[in-house]
Design a binder for this molecule. Structure first.
Ligand SMILES: [Zn+2]
Length: 111
């Protein structure tokens, strides 16, 4: 696994790649504990993370939806099953989408 991917999976700062982005399961540090990069640049900054969250959620739900189609569960049962499968993934989706957004933004608008 390359360094960037390892940094992303372990939710590390996009600039120094050593500081933790999260202080707890869903609480973020205001800035990197190692290099002081402010994580939330402005109000609403993490709206961009929703795009990553959506893509990750669709990718995570796709196997369940495909299984539902193959098993002919119907749209309601398939939808509810996919939703229930996504609930335990919510903290991971939250953390990963925000970390992806931070890395994406730092890559194209580094500070
Ligand atoms: Zn840092």
């Amino acid at each position: 696994m390359n360094r960037w991917l390892r940094c992303l999976v372990s939710h590390r700062c996009p600039r120094c790649r050593t500081g933790a982005v999260f202080a707890s399961l869903v609480r973020m540090h205001r800035e990197c504990p190692d290099c002081a990069l402010p994580f939330e640049r402005e109000p609403g900054y993490f709206l961009g993370a929703m795009y990553f969250s959506y893509a990750l959620a669709v990718a995570a739900a796709a196997p369940v939806v495909l299984l539902g189609i193959a098993m002919d569960w119907g749209i309601q049962r398939t939808g509810w099953t996919a939703t229930l499968c996504l609930v335990p993934l919510a903290p991971w989706l939250f953390r990963t989408s925000r970390t992806l957004w931070l890395h994406f933004d730092q890559r194209f608008d580094g500070r």
